[in-house]
Design a protein around this ligand. Structure first.
Ligand code: HEM
Length: 532
């Protein structure tokens, strides 16, 4: 049509030309047609390029987008929206475009096919403030800094050899918790509180061993517990500055200010410990870790600070950022999961009996649980894995941010979108699981090789998947199994009369129970009737 109009406009010139001009006219016609076709092609390609097919999603209001419609339980609300819009949908939250993914094929796309593009994080401002400007592993952008820090963390600190070397430190704290319960037999125990304090102490003793005396260690443990809970709490709060970066400098809700104050407290404690430890580290360390049987984490890190080689050397601030990762990333998650495991076990008496029978068979009633027993506890392992399925500690994992525009599930995800993975929804999807709401460790036992924490089975991703998968899995798995086995081996537990083990959740970056787990321990009795 347009071509027709152009030719018509030129007709006066063609009609008024004489026969000698015929070749010129023909050339002109061909040229115009060619230019026009070229222009059409460019316009078509441009229109295709400019037209991005974003995922479907609910409409929001001008400026604020969908923010006013979101409640506090993001994981369930996202699952409901997925019901309406499908496993990939978008939400405009203030200035931020967010996309939520909730099916195994989509997880494969972002953690296998396009893993590098999705290896970036989208840290909330509170997380940046809590980690000395994002100097830790969890929130640092994808690149050589993150790669080196993670490699050092996994190879040097969490290697099998190093974890074995600090087993005694873990054992001593877990035994203290078991002994503490013996003073509480027949009375109500706040299991979450007990486990959290034990985890903090286990982590602190692995971090800095016997640097602090017992009394100071206890005091610092309580202070740390408070600080970690508050930091995780502020990370879970929606911060207006994250959705409207233009307002960030005003810190309207004071969240950054709160985090900085908490960090200052933690910083003072860690500084004091580092100061003590610096005195103990030899000056010219060339070959850290090797040939040494037992070292706590701070010592390993300080040896890296003192290295001459720039490529391997780290700074004191980096040491503190890693300590924050371990304290914040390692304690709340593991303690919360251990509390969920105990809750499910208390809720299902038959399952508790099966776990205890296995503990008796493998360990013997009068012996003490040791970490070497853990790989033999197959039923307890299935209980823990089933707990992770129903109550993943990080229901939305840690948000990702693609470093370039890309296509996922046939839709465009623009660069810098905040991408959530709803692991909670995938773990309860009736298309993927039989009776998904039923707590059934037998489903794990039926095909044990299918369910591990590697993130290779996209139907089961409690620790995430891809290159940013949790860096602390070996430690988390050991601690979780060890604490649960120790508490269930030494005592029978029953719910308090007033309360059945309550299974309701409270959403946060780490999803806790909405009410603490209170239970009464009783001494176990062996088959001859003698208290163990
Ligand atoms: C039950 C316990 C734990 C759970 C459920 C858990 C879960 C997670 C998840 C879901 C992620 C994000 C993965 C992703 O983006 O795909 C993560 C990252 C991380 N976790 Fe854990 N975690 C646990 C314990 C630990 C422990 C004990 C440590 C350290 C001692 C730790 C250190 C980290 C670090 C450093 C990252 C960041 C990894 C990176 O960005 O490269 N976690 N964790």
């Amino acid at each position: 049509m347009i071509m027709h109009t152009i030719l018509a406009k030129c007709a006066w010139w063609l009609e008024n030309s004489n026969k000698r001009d015929m070749p010129v006219q023909a050339a002109l016609t061909v040229s115009i047609a060619t230019i026009f076709l070229f222009w059409c092609m460019v316009a078509f390609i441009k229109s295709r390029r400019g037209k991005v097919l974003l995922p479907p999603g609910p409409r929001g209001l001008p400026v604020v987008g969908y923010l006013p419609f979101l409640g506090t339980n993001l994981h369930t609300e996202f699952a409901e929206l997925a019901h309406q819009y499908g496993p990939i949908f978008k939400l405009q939250l203030g200035n931020k475009l967010c996309v939520v993914l909730g099916s195994p094929p989509l997880i494969r796309e972002i953690t296998r096919d396009q893993d590098i593009v999705f290896a970036n994080r989208d840290p909330p401002l509170a997380a940046v403030a809590a980690t000395y400007g994002g100097l830790d592993i969890a929130w640092s952008p994808y690149g050589s800094y993150w790669r080196n820090m993670r490699k050092m963390f996994v190879r040097e600190m969490l290697s099998g050899r190093n974890l074995d070397a600090c087993y005694d430190l873990r054992k001593s704290e877990v035994r203290k918790a078991v002994e503490y319960v013996s003073t509480k037999v027949g009375t109500v125990v706040d299991i979450g509180e007990l486990i959290f304090l034990t985890e903090i102490k286990v982590i602190m003793s692995m971090l800095w061993g016997g640097t602090l005396d017992a009394e100071k260690q206890s005091k610092v443990g309580a202070e740390f517990k408070g600080a970690v809970e508050q930091i995780v709490g502020t990370l879970s709060k929606p911060n207006i500055s994250d959705f409207f970066p233009i307002l960030a400098r005003f810190d309207i809700q004071g969240i950054e200010k709160q985090v900085k104050a908490l960090l200052k407290k933690v910083d003072e404690i860690v500084d004091a410990v580092i100061h003590e430890r610096i005195k103990m580290v030899p000056n010219n360390v060339q070959d850290p870790i090797r040939n040494e049987a037992e070292k706590d984490f701070i010592q390993i890190l300080l040896e890296l600070v003192k290295l001459e080689n720039e490529g391997e050397k780290i700074t004191l601030t980096q040491v503190k950022a890693i300590v924050m990762d371990i304290m914040v990333g390692g304690t709340d998650t593991t303690a919360t999961m251990a509390e969920w495991v105990m809750t499910e076990v208390l809720h299902n008496r038959e399952i508790m009996e099966k776990v205890q029978k296995e503990l008796e068979d493998v360990i013997g009633i009068n012996n003490t649980v040791e970490e070497i027993h853990l790989p033999k506890l197959r039923y307890l392992d299935a209980v823990v894995k089933e707990t992770f399925r129903l109550h993943p500690a990080l229901p939305l994992l840690v948000p990702k941010r693609p470093s370039q525009s890309c296509t996922v599930g046939g839709f465009t995800i623009p660069k810098d979108t905040r991408v959530f993975v709803n692991a909670w929804q995938i773990h309860r999807d009736p298309e993927l699981w039989d009776n998904p709401l039923e707590f059934k460790p037998e489903r794990i036992l039926a095909t044990p090789s299918k369910w591990d924490y590697s993130g290779n089975n996209f139907q089961y991703i409690p620790f995430g998947s891809g290159r940013r998968i949790c860096a602390g899995i070996p430690l988390a798995e050991k601690m979780l199994m060890y604490i649960a086995a120790s508490l269930l081996h030494s005592y029978d537990w029953k719910s308090t009369k007033s309360k059945e083990a309550d299974l309701s959740e409270k959403f946060g970056i780490v999803m806790r129970k909405s009410t603490p787990l209170l239970a009464i321990p009783t001494k176990k009795v062996d088959k001859s009737g003698v208290p163990a």
